[in-house]
Design a protein around this ligand. Structure first.
Ligand code: ADE
Length: 419
């Protein structure tokens, strides 16, 4: 059998059925797969992917293979792997997978090294760990690389920082910044899957709760919108005055975290920065407060401080850790502070991942065709790719839209006509 390091190959049949179920909701990716099978735009290329190993990622692996790529896959988070999917990819699709749900940090990085043993020509990242490891520990791999793609906001921020410092050694397309990615995946995907993760982990009633959302980017907007829809009272915390204003005019209470900490029942962070729920917040929280993270890395909640401050800790149910504080209050951390939507639930629904992963597939194809023209920079997704995906998605949903008339087009290009 092909190289792999997964939990249990016997889970393959369960994974196969779940992958089939998810694929039904991914018609755009399916249409790309059908074309790739004929045209083989990735023929002869080795691709290392560091993504959440989910049913949707499995469909993307099929697309890339159909395009002719030789694909290796590792996890982009120690707690987000679906072990049955990993098993099915190895047994039924012949993809070398290196990912085990709950792996420690050492194994996580070993698995990145295993994926890089493919000596990739293209990297596909979710959080920029592949790129980071290549640039720090595996520089000899740079000579094979023609380009890469990046899935998420946090990864794009890291890569732009690398480009700004002049250390990025190959071109990357920021898939996250496509309209058909962030407007849907970040907003509706994170919105729904974060609530799903909190509910699966806690089985708590959202209605009537005071629900604190840290940040008001696209992910946080989705979380606030969905929690409001379920009857919660929303508090938003922000550092950006424009976003603070936007949250206020969207009808939410806006205040500093240290004030919100005293009144919140459930807290979610999605800011991409460190220490958002900090040491002092834990001293202010009510007995029974629940907190979790939906940002890419587990840095937003000051967990090390919490561990030092607590008198006792225990797992009270799957994904729920109880911390007893010195004054007897008990507060609850979900999913080790890792992305709660993937730790305790299954990540974003397939219908939004359809567009995110259509972007990934088409950007890999774009990279294969155009890499000679590209510099060592972070590029936006070409507008045509974004438009094509939106058109295909609408079509798959049976929705038609209007087209501009020649007169309307002409009017939009003119400047002479005024009042
Ligand atoms: N990121 C968020 N949700 C995901 C999913 N379902 N599959 C892969 N990556 C994801």
């Amino acid at each position: 059998m092909i190289k792999h390091d997964i939990k249990d190959i016997k889970l393959a049949q369960k994974g196969k059925l779940r992958i089939e179920w998810a694929a039904k909701e991914m018609p755009v990716l399916q249409s790309i797969t059908d074309r790739f099978r004929k045209e083989k735009p990735l023929k002869g290329l080795r691709l290392a992917a560091c993504l959440h190993v989910t049913t949707e990622t499995a469909s993307l692996m099929e697309t890339l293979k159909a395009g002719g790529a030789d694909v290796y896959l590792c996890a982009s988070n120690p707690l987000s792997t679906q072990d049955d999917v990993a098993a099915s990819l190895v047994r039924n699709s012949g993809v070398p997978v290196f990912a085990i749900k709950g792996e420690d940090n050492k194994t996580y990085y070993q698995h990145i090294m295993d994926a890089l043993s493919s000596k990739p020509n293209i990297t596909m990242d979710d959080g920029a760990d592949l790129v980071s490891v290549i640039h720090t520990k595996r520089k000899e791999l740079l000579k094979n690389l023609i380009g890469g793609t990046e899935e998420t906001t946090t990864g794009v921020i890291r890569l732009r920082a690398m480009a700004a410092k002049g250390v990025l050694e190959y071109p990357i397309i920021a898939v996250n910044d496509a309209y058909t990615k962030y407007m849907f995946d970040n907003r509706y995907g994170t919105g729904q899957s974060t609530l799903d993760g909190i509910i699966r982990a806690t089985n708590r009633l959202i209605a009537g709760s005071v629900f604190v959302v840290a940040g008001y980017g696209w992910c946080s907007k989705g979380i606030a919108m969905r929690a409001k829809g379920m009857g919660a009272k929303i508090i938003v915390t922000e550092v950006d005055p424009l976003r603070g204003l936007e949250a206020t005019m969207d009808g939410f209470d806006v205040m500093p975290m240290k004030e919100a900490a005293k009144i919140g029942d459930i807290f979610v962070t999605a800011t991409g920065d460190i220490d958002v729920i900090c040491k002092e917040c834990f001293t202010l929280m009510k007995d029974g407060a629940i907190f979790c993270n939906s940002g890419h890395f587990n840095v937003e909640i000051s967990i090390d401080e919490l561990k030092k401050m607590a008198k006792a800790r225990r797992m009270i149910r799957d994904f729920v850790e109880e911390f007893t504080m010195k004054n007897g209050r008990r507060i609850y951390l979900l999913g080790e502070g890792r992305l709660i939507n993937l730790a305790a639930a299954e990540g974003h629904p397939s219908a939004v991942m359809d567009m995110s992963f259509a972007n990934q597939a088409l950007c890999a194809e774009y990279m294969a065709k155009n890499y000679r023209k590209l510099e060592k920079k972070v590029y936006s997704v070409p507008e045509k790719i974004d438009q094509d995906i939106a058109r295909l998605k609408l079509k798959s949903m049976g929705i038609k839209i209007d087209a501009l008339t020649p007169a309307q087009k002409k009017y939009l290009q003119s400047w002479e006509a005024g009042t």
